[in-house]
Ligand binder design. Structure first.
Ligand code: SF4
Length: 499
């Protein structure tokens, strides 16, 4: 009885403290949605969480980078970032108090710090990481509730000095002139703060603030600029400090491979993984369908492997691996896979095929050896591991072909789907800048324009290609949608005619 009462008391206390926590944001570990990440997260974390939090954040940062490369407008970048965040890293405002805000914010916090470890290692990585993180912070700031932003700003010392009403009156004319040159409606009730002019170079450059005695008079509507600058500077400093401390981590055999994987993905311009959960069920396609599918739905890497296989009636080890796993995830069953490879290697006798190749195909389906069900290779893996040598046909054409060969290959692969030589300069420009997956995404858009894919739409909601199976799956989906629509239109037509 005593125990029951004690338990009830404990439960009541826990509920009360939870309510207090919700009502009094100040006592929570993460009182605000926005975070300057001054302190690292404390407490235990599993290796799995360590990696998942970072990968999910990386998907968003990679999409922000792609948006920069593609010259997307701020609104487009913002929309894509919000869509990606809803999928991988939800972060709600305090008003959504029924949700588990603490765990959302912890995931955000952990992910940020893991990526700091991965991206502090070189000047280039640091610069790109700071740029993408600052854009993410800005998207959140812009899309947050005004009241919550204000609370967040009050919680930190940004080192600005409030301008008194007397001072505003004294410089009223100059302040109005600055407002007019920034296309701001004059507002007599506008509040101002003063900071050293060096802290707001962007506002000075655009003549959006009044300057006096080395101080910039920043109206409340422009204060976010100081906040973003501060975020950027403090993150850059922290990354430089982390880089100095990093050698101590080098001996940790659990963490270092994860960090290497993360930074390699970002260097290649793509986040690590596309979930193959939505891929084929294993019985969807047959060996006979592959020629037609390659022509209509495959990205350049797989299209090239398919054409080499047809031409040489053979593929070397890494080529078979890359293409075989792709076809498996696309939906080719083990029996169909054996039939496909057997027929494709038409110069080889049955005996040799059974001895040397059948086992490997069954192995990749998890039916031999370790019995692991191997996933298909992502763009990141194709771009960064097992570099192809002479005579190899695996890899990513955007990265591994010479510029001339790439242009010839693209025209021969995709001109029947609408790609013309006029499209090549834009694609080659992206390739030269090292953004191979962005070039691949642009080719996807051009070759699917007839199915209604617009420039900038990527493989859906502005997403870039990160996995060959994602490319093929979206292409097939678009075809099904179009066929469905045509079927519907024909049905509608029948109804009209019958009427
Ligand atoms: Fe294949 Fe990815 Fe390269 Fe496109 S970017 S060709 S999908 S590896």
């Amino acid at each position: 009885m005593q125990n029951k009462e004690d338990r009830q008391k404990l439960l009541a206390q826990q509920t009360l403290s939870k309510i207090n926590e919700v009502e009094n944001h100040g006592t929570r570990r993460y009182p605000h949605r926005l975070n300057f990440y001054d302190k690292p997260p404390l407490g235990d974390i599993t290796i799995e969480d360590f990696e998942t939090c970072a990968l999910d954040r990386l998907r968003i940062l990679a999409e922000i980078e792609s948006s920069f490369v593609r010259n997307r407008s701020w609104d487009e970048l913002k929309n894509i970032t919000i869509t990606q965040s809803d999928k991988f890293l939800q972060l709600n405002s305090n008003s959504a108090w029924t949700l588990d805000l603490e765990s959302q914010r912890r995931k955000d916090h952990v992910g940020h710090f893991v990526l700091r470890l991965a991206f502090c290692r070189s000047e280039d990585l640091r610069r790109r990481f700071v740029k993408a993180e600052t854009a993410l912070f800005r998207v959140r700031f812009d899309s947050d509730d005004g009241e919550e932003n204000l609370e967040f700003l009050k919680s930190r010392d940004f080192g600005w000095e409030e301008v008194t009403a007397d001072e505003v009156e004294e410089h009223f004319k100059e302040l109005q002139t600055a407002a007019a040159s920034a296309n701001r409606e004059p507002n007599p009730k506008e509040r101002y703060c003063k900071v050293r002019w060096t802290r707001v170079p962007d506002l000075i450059e655009k003549r959006r603030v009044f300057l006096k005695g080395g101080m910039a008079y920043v109206p409340s509507r422009e204060q976010s600029s100081i906040v973003f600058q501060e975020f950027q500077n403090s993150l850059m400093k922290s990354l430089e400090m982390t880089a100095k401390a990093l050698p101590f981590l080098d001996e940790d055999t659990r963490i270092v491979p994860i960090l290497n994987n993360l930074s390699q993905g970002f260097l290649a311009g793509v986040s690590s993984e596309w979930s193959t959960a939505t891929a084929g069920s294993g019985n969807e396609i047959t060996a006979d369908m592959i020629d037609d599918m390659a022509r209509k739905h495959f990205p350049a890497c797989m299209r090239n492997l398919h054409e080499c296989l047809r031409r040489d009636k053979h593929l070397k080890h890494f080529g078979r691996l890359q293409y075989g796993l792709f076809l498996k995830v696309l939906g080719l069953s083990i029996d169909e896979a054996i039939s496909f490879w057997r027929r494709s290697f038409s110069n080889i006798q049955d005996d040799k095929f059974n001895k040397e190749y059948r086992y490997n195909i069954r192995h990749s389906f998890g039916l031999e050896g370790k019995r692991a069900n191997y996933p298909a290779k992502s763009c990141q893996q194709i771009l960064t591991s097992d570099q192809p040598g002479t005579g190899d046909s695996h890899g990513c054409p955007y990265r591994h072909f010479s510029p001339d060969n790439l242009q010839t290959a693209l025209l021969s692969m995709y001109s029947s789907q609408g790609l013309t030589s006029a499209d090549l300069p834009e694609i080659m420009h992206t390739v030269k800048a090292g953004h191979y997956h962005v070039a691949c995404t642009r080719v996807f858009e051009i070759t699917h324009a007839r199915q209604g894919v617009a420039k900038g739409e990527g493989v859906g909601s502005g997403e870039s290609v990160t996995h060959p199976n994602q490319y093929a799956a979206r292409s097939r989906e678009l075809e099904r949608e179009r066929d469905g629509d045509n079927g519907k239109k024909e049905d509608d037509g029948d109804v009209v005619m019958m009427g």
